[in-house]
Design a protein. Structure first.
Length: 318
């Protein structure tokens, strides 16, 4: 008997995109899948009514599909956790309502789980393809990392949730999603790998991640606050790292905060956190001075100068 996998699709204000995502979940070749759609729209809004109509008129005949309505808009974290509470599967696949899984995604990831006879793996990822709203290729997501990823994932997330198949028992033990301004996915994975640090992946592009102009659950305005929250939440876990690992995590997380504020055009806040990072590390390196120049000049101007210098260097080396 194949272990049951639960696909959880949380949806908010995007009924026109849900159809594609839902079909990709229902069309999986893996033979034992249940699909939960968690509707996080307010009960009286147009998006809730459109989603209800889609579920009734198009998908009401699917025996392995359940439609769950949140009592009010509660946010992605609460909606996902509710989906896990209602799930019956031993494994969990979160899928954004604008993303799309290829038909063999779950089957190929479950094969990796089954090969793990010691049941050490907490999650199995895959490569992904980033596309625009029309499905045109933008970039690939390829992180060749596996094994004990606890430290690595504190520096850089192993993948987005639509890429990753998760062992439910580890997810529940870790506490699941926690409400934040942003970076909820990253913090969830940090908590997951703090319980069970082992991760593997399928080296194939098995999911399409759509980038478009439709409304997203996390907005860009929340990203700086989320970056700060993530750093503060990481600090209690530093005791599990070596001193050198702690220094690297501190630098990476601080630089992320600085860059996110800078990308929002908030130079004052960028300089504030740059200075806080230097004080915290108690050391000023050339890398820090270079980042300060970037803040003062702005990302576009700084990037243009770096590209120009690189071009000059390339031409002189011929």
């Amino acid at each position: 008997m194949n272990d049951l996998v639960t696909v959880i699709i949380t949806t908010y204000k995007r009924p026109e995109l849900l159809n594609r995502s839902l079909r990709s979940a229902l069309n999986q070749t893996y033979p034992n899948v249940e699909v939960l759609v968690v509707d996080d729209n307010d009960p009286e809004c147009a998006a809730r009514k459109e989603t209800e109509a889609l579920m009734k008129n198009t998908f009401s005949d699917k025996d392995n599909l359940r439609y769950l309505r949140m009592p009010c808009n509660s946010g992605a974290c609460a909606a996902r956790n509710h989906g896990v509470e209602e799930s019956k599967g031993e494994f969990i696949q979160f899928l954004d309502d604008d993303d799309e899984m290829l038909p063999e995604k779950i089957a190929k990831q479950m094969a990796v789980f089954k090969a793990d006879t010691n049941n050490k793996l907490s999650a199995v990822g895959c490569y992904g393809e980033v596309v625009d709203g029309e499905g045109r290729h933008i970039s690939d997501i390829k992180d060749d990392i596996k094994g004990d990823v606890f430290f690595w994932n504190m520096c850089d997330i192993v993948g987005v949730t639509s890429q990753i198949l998760i062992r439910k028992s580890t997810y529940v033990q870790s506490g699941g999603f926690e409400k934040m301004h942003a970076s909820q996915d990253h913090w969830m994975l940090i908590r997951l790998f703090s319980v069970g640090p082992y991760y593997d992946y399928v080296p194939e592009k098995l999911v399409k991640i759509y980038h478009h102009t439709a409304s997203r659950i996390s907005t860009n305005n929340n990203k700086p606050l989320g970056a700060v929250e993530l750093y503060e939440k990481c600090k209690p876990l530093f005791g599990r790292l070596t001193p050198d690992q702690v220094k690297l995590v501190m630098r990476v997380r601080n630089e992320n905060i600085v860059d996110v504020y800078l990308n929002q055009g908030l130079k004052k806040q960028s300089i504030h956190f740059w200075l806080e990072g230097v004080k915290e590390r108690k050391k000023l390196k050339l890398r820090d001075l270079s980042r300060l120049v970037k803040i003062v000049m702005g990302s576009k101007t700084y990037g243009g100068i770096i590209r120009a210098l690189s071009s000059i260097k390339h031409s002189l080396s011929r």
